[in-house]
Design a protein around this ligand. Structure first.
Ligand SMILES: Nc1nc2c(c(=O)[nH]1)N[C@H]1C(S)=C(S)[C@@H](COP(=O)(O)OP(=O)(O)OC[C@H]3O[C@@H](n4cnc5c(=O)[nH]c(N)nc54)[C@H](O)[C@@H]3O)O[C@H]1N2
Ligand SMILES: Nc1nc2c(c(=O)[nH]1)N[C@H]1C(S)=C(S)[C@@H](COP(=O)(O)OP(=O)(O)OC[C@H]3O[C@@H](n4cnc5c(=O)[nH]c(N)nc54)[C@H](O)[C@@H]3O)O[C@H]1N2
Ligand code: SF4
Ligand SMILES: [Mo]
Length: 691
């Protein structure tokens, strides 16, 4: 803590949001209840003093006039919002929940209750609270598929474990590929490190279906059709081999490269890929040569291009590139998707309550909450219908696919819903009981990162607002009322963190907080997999074993290729839709803050002028987009930075922000991606018409 001029003090904290950057923050504390500006910490060399605008303006959110302040019971209709609720005491709220959960357990069994959470806070103690309750009581399990499942499977197929090169090494790269991600919107710190490399002459290539603000800054933008990255990467490998640019020694020593693969890739020509990707043959060859001739090339792999039915296979194909050129051997060379595997020493068992887990309990797929709540037998099997939801840190009414089904499920009269939230989200508005939650500025937690290598501990800076309580506190109180007697529910959150740290021989939470983060970066040879990849044979796998990763149906090709599984355009649905993140929202969070609302204005579809002429719409007209799942109406924004036939809608706006009240996830599918599930948010065919 240091004092600034105005008498306010500066405090270290960690951004809890679902963002790969996990920034180290400097929070200006005005008094015991209020904060001022938030800045990026200069002490942390990954954050390097830079954070996004939405978190810099966090005072707008933590002190939002509509922040939930007290437990609420719904007395009016679902979906109305605050006017349909009346305040109740914590005791009444918790007693009501415990009674209902007990009654449902007695009648239908514990699996009829589904604790449902995601990464609204990334802190392990608060985020894992729902797991601790679930495991203690045998409630239904949750397959965590909504974000990383597809990307992770694709990366693991090649590397065998989830880590990559330290992003601080980007500074030493000669060529940076931002592949299927938009860091200007989604993880601004990547741009800080890219800027350092570019000062030294490095080139930036962005591979994305539309000209994002990241693509605008690039030396080369590869504007491919969505869902075709496997074709592009395969053709690049074809060209690299044709030009003799592969690193033969590296391939022999560190990979499973063989004659079968060489033969396979000889048929994946730039002409073949041009047809699939919509790129020109010259573009593909030029890009392949640029990549093949550069030793210190760094691929910053995004999540975006994996959100497709063939996403895991596309991810694996891209992962093959640095293995082919041997880029891993050089400083600033290789790739990074996520460093989550670095934190193995943090023992998750106390944080997730794993010692209480009964592996026989059924698992429900969170991305399929619509089908689950509407009783789809593919999800429920022989098990009971879901009769109660306990929701923390997520807003499925807005963010989950097939949202018409999600709504239908939440509207069920026989479904008892508890939502623990900071704001009256669309999901909270469907609840029977709403509980007010603290923010990261009001509770303690530990954070790993995906974009960097620090383990960080953040502590409360201000007092909890009004009657707000942390996830951990709520779960402890419920456990007590439901007859659970276990030490996990009798200690403070940071004590659980200390247990998790101690089991792995790590310093205490206090020590990590004191030093503002523990750098878990690996030495060069290990980080670059020069001591071996994560598979048993220590090699990089060009041949993916999808069965081992859960693909029992053999849907994905084992060699890098284009898997034609996507929701291809057809005569009835001639367009492909990508639903990318907005800059000043974070998923559905910040859609309520005035600063973000001013910047984003209203939902828009980015439409190529040629397509607009074909449909007969002009700038700011209303366009209706539809498919088998439903229809969405949205204003047109003419945009040249996309291939005709591809349309983009940025941001997970509230459904109510759209004309007619159907949000963007009305159109996205809950079909689980291969090999092991995952939501296919950017793999959607649609028809378009004026009005
Ligand atoms: N401002 C902001 N920041 C965020 C978020 C947010 O909503 N807003 N969300 C957070 C979360 S939860 C996550 S997981 C991360 C995600 O961050 P990213 O890794 O950036 O992934 P996505 O947001 O899914 O997609 C980003 C880009 O992928 C592109 N894309 C879509 N389909 C394809 C394809 O087939 N091929 C290629 N090459 N590109 C494709 C989209 O056009 C888009 O520009 O960001 C986090 N940060
Ligand atoms: N169309 C489309 N849909 C998408 C995506 C897309 O790219 N396109 N991206 C998908 C992805 S990658 C993801 S990860 C999901 C994310 O979707 P969500 O998990 O719903 O993410 P958020 O909108 O950030 O919602 C988190 C909620 O948690 C609450 N929260 C924050 N901290 C706490 C806390 O400490 N306690 C409690 N109780 N609540 C808290 C916030 O107030 C917020 O309402 O959305 C997915 N949906
Ligand atoms: S860039 Fe991401 S981690 Fe950093 S402050 Fe913004 S939301 Fe938080
Ligand atoms: Mo995500």
């Amino acid at each position: 803590m240091t004092n600034s001029k105005q008498g306010a003090s500066q405090h270290y904290a960690v951004c809890p949001h679902d963002c790969p950057s996990t920034c180290a923050l400097q929070v200006e504390k005005l008094d015991s209840q209020r904060i001022g500006r938030i800045h990026g910490s200069k002490h942390n060399d990954y954050t390097d003093g830079v954070i996004c605008a939405k978190v810099a303006r966090y005072a707008e959110r933590v002190h939002h006039p509509e922040r939930l302040s007290t437990p609420l019971k719904r007395v009016g209709d679902k979906g109305v919002g605050l006017a349909a609720f009346e305040p109740i005491s914590w005791d009444e709220a918790l007693d009501t929940i415990a009674e209902r959960f007990q009654a449902i357990t007695d009648e239908q069994g514990a699996e009829a209750i589904w604790p449902y959470f995601y990464a609204g806070t990334m802190g392990w103690a608060q985020r894992g609270a729902a797991h601790r309750l679930r495991h203690a009581l045998g409630y239904s399990g949750q397959k965590e598929t909504i974000c990383i499942a597809i990307a992770q499977a694709g990366w693991k197929a090649g590397f065998g474990e989830v880590r990559g090169v330290d992003a601080r090494e980007i500074e030493q790269s000669e060529l940076i590929l931002v592949w299927g991600g938009n860091p200007v919107h989604t993880q601004i710190n990547v741009m800080t490190h890219i800027a350092k490399a570019r000062k030294r002459g490095a080139k930036l290539v962005v591979i994305d279906p539309y000209e994002t603000p990241t693509a605008k800054q690039a030396d080369l933008h590869i504007k491919l059709r969505p869902g075709t990255d496997g074709a592009l990467a395969s053709a690049m490998m074809h060209q690299i081999l044709a030009d003799d640019l592969e690193d033969k020694d590296y391939l022999d020593k560190h990979t499973d490269f063989n004659a079968e693969l060489r033969e396979h890739l000889s048929t994946r020509t730039p002409e073949w890929a041009a047809n699939i990707t919509g790129l020109s043959v010259d573009e593909i060859i030029e890009f392949a040569r640029l990549y093949g001739r550069t030793q210190r090339s760094f691929i910053r792999v995004g999540y975006g291009f994996s959100r497709s039915r063939n996403g895991a296979s596309n991810m694996h194909a891209v992962c093959c590139l640095p293995a082919l050129t041997g880029a891993w051997q050089y400083p600033g060379g290789g790739a990074l998707y996520s460093n989550s595997g670095l934190y193995r020493d943090l023992d998750r068992s106390p944080l997730h309550g794993l010692e209480l887990l009964n592996p026989k309990v059924r698992m429900l797929d969170m991305s399929r909450i619509g089908p689950v709540l509407t009783g789809d037998p593919r999800d429920l099997g022989e098990g009971p219908p879901v009769k109660a939801l306990f929701i923390q840190n997520t807003n499925p009414m807005a963010v989950a696919p097939e949202s018409a089904k999600v709504r239908e499920g939440f509207e069920r009269d026989d479904l008892f819903v508890v939502v623990h939230e900071q704001m009256m989200t669309e999901t909270a508005a469907m609840a029977d009981i709403v509980l007010p939650a603290t923010t990261f500025l009001e509770h303690d937690d530990i954070y790993t990162a995906s974009g960097h290598t620090y383990l960080q501990v953040s502590k409360a800076i201000i007092e909890p607002y009004a009657d707000c309580r942390s996830n951990h506190w709520v779960v402890c109180e419920l456990a007590k009322r439901l007859g659970v007697q276990h030490p996990l529910f009798e200690v403070e959150a940071l004590e659980l963190v200390d247990q998790a740290l101690a089991k792995g021989g790590l310093p205490s939470a206090d020590e990590i907080h004191q030093q503002q983060g523990l750098d878990c970066a690996l030495d060069f040879d290990t980080a670059h997999f020069l001591n071996g990849f994560g598979h048993a044979d220590k090699r990089f796998h060009f041949k993916a074993d999808w069965v081992a990763l859960g693909d029992s149906e053999g849907r994905l090709p084992s060699l890098p290729d284009h898997a034609p599984l996507i929701d291809n355009a057809d005569d009835d649905h001639p367009f492909r839709l990508v639903t990318a993140p907005a800059r000043t929202f974070l998923n559905s969070t910040f859609t309520e803050t005035p600063g973000s609302q001013r910047k984003e204005k209203k939902p828009r579809v980015l439409l190529h002028p040629r397509d607009a002429r074909g449909i007969g719409v002009v700038e700011d007209d209303i366009l209706c987009m539809g498919n088998d799942h439903g229809q969405v109406r949205v204003h047109v924004s003419l945009f040249e930075g996309v291939q005709p036939g591809v349309v983009i809608v940025e941001g997970i706006w509230p459904n109510s922000a759209f004309i007619g009240g159907q949000g963007i996830n009305t159109l996205t599918s809950a079909e689980p991606a291969a090999p092991a599930g995952g939501a296919v948010f950017h793999d959607t065919r649609v028809w378009l018409k004026a009005g």
